[in-house]
Design a protein around this ligand. Structure first.
Ligand code: KG4
Ligand code: ZN
Length: 345
């Protein structure tokens, strides 16, 4: 997406569809910045008793929910299908059966309405959530993308121009939250529960390790998760609130130390959070504190823009439409899709 071509005609309205994991979502966004509707139907209750997302249940639920969710997004937006500029859907990464539901629906609707189809990388969607809510953010931007499946520091040098600064070598941050919560029998998904419990605990009560905090931009959360499990095994009466607060503090310390260092080293104009873990209260508060203490601008998208939604997909689709045009109709689901990285300097 290096050469940004002619400016797009105003009023390009895109229906975005997101079904990569356990949220069925549809949203109508104009010109990649004005949200007319954003509908998210979470399947969390269906998966909770299994302690994680069950792929077969997820794809069946997407099949049931996709039509009403899309219909609601169009009604709330006050738009007819034929008035749209394009229909976009996440085509990866994610669960293959779930992705196929969104991609198939988007292609069918695009054909029915005679408009183009655009396939969107889910991670690119997360990267665009901040720019959707704060269009005056300027490049280079350092984005901390922390979700259930990914933990990465990305330098956005321009639209579609991403450099990978570092990523996790084992568990994603969200995965660590979910696994610790599962071990403590707190339910699923773990992030929101630990976030809530941590408000009642003392973050300094247990000195958990801060893995690789001073080394480069890679992350590792598997050892921290094991340290938490070992501590609870040895101290069965420990307060769950203190464990939650101390674990969360360790995760946030590592995430922010690397993000600030990266922003300073690349000369970023701002740092921005993205992904489900960016809904975490402590991470959000301490990111905002950074703007006060370090002078680096920090932008924290609203919670609903951090967790999976389709507005971010419609926004990323709008930018892709400007640079690459529509996708081919034979584009399939790509469960292991990567971001298109620039070569490292
Ligand atoms: O981005 P997302 O909605 O889905 C993926 O693309 O993975 O992220 C889901 C992850 C889960 O691991 C969940 O536990 C975590 O985000 N999460 C949180 C919070 N809310 C969601 N983690 C910490 N604190 C939260 N408040
Ligand atoms: Zn996500």
């Amino acid at each position: 997406m290096t050469d940004m071509m002619n400016p797009a005609p105003a009023g390009q309205t895109i229906l975005g569809i997101e079904t990569s994991c356990d949220e069925t979502a549809a949203s109508v966004v104009v010109d990649g910045r004005t949200i007319l509707s954003s509908v998210v139907s979470s399947q969390v209750d269906l998966h909770a008793r299994f302690g994680g997302v069950v792929p077969e249940i997820a794809s069946r639920a997407h099949t049931d929910l996709i039509t009403p969710v899309i219909a609601q997004s169009l009604v709330e937006a006050g738009r007819e299908g034929r008035e749209l500029t394009a229909v976009a859907a996440t085509y990866g990464p994610g669960l293959v059966g779930s992705l196929l539901v969104g991609v198939s629906a988007a292609k069918a609707l695009a054909l029915t309405w005679g408009v183009p189809f655009i396939g969107v990388n889910h991670l690119e969607g997360h990267l665009y959530a901040g720019l959707l809510e704060e269009p005056d953010l300027e490049f280079p931007l350092v984005v901390l993308l922390v979700s259930g499946g990914h933990t990465m520091l990305v330098e956005m040098q321009g639209h579609g121009e991403y450099r990978l600064l570092g990523q996790t070598v084992d568990d994603a941050a969200g995965e660590a939250f979910d696994k610790v919560a599962r071990y403590l029998d707190l339910g699923y998904p773990g992030g929101p529960v630990i976030d809530r419990l941590a408000t009642q605990g003392d973050p300094t009560s247990i000195d958990f390790p801060r893995p690789m905090i001073n080394d480069g931009y890679e992350f590792s959360f598997s050892g921290l998760k094991t340290a938490v499990i070992n501590h609870v095994r040895k101290n069965p009466d420990v307060s769950a609130e203190d464990v939650a607060a101390s674990f969360q503090a360790a995760v946030v310390d590592v995430l922010l130390a690397k993000t600030v260092r990266a922003a300073e080293e690349v000369g970023a104009t701002a740092i921005c959070l993205a992904g489900g873990v960016a809904a975490n209260s402590e991470l959000r508060e301490r990111t905002l504190d950074i703007s006060m203490t370090s002078g680096i601008r920090a932008f924290v998208p609203s919670r609903s823009m951090c967790t999976d939604n389709a507005a971010m997909i419609a926004t990323a689709a709008w930018w892709r439409l400007q640079s690459d045009g529509p996708s081919a109709m034979d584009l399939g689901a790509h469960p292991n899709l990567k971001l298109p990285w620039l070569e490292s300097a």
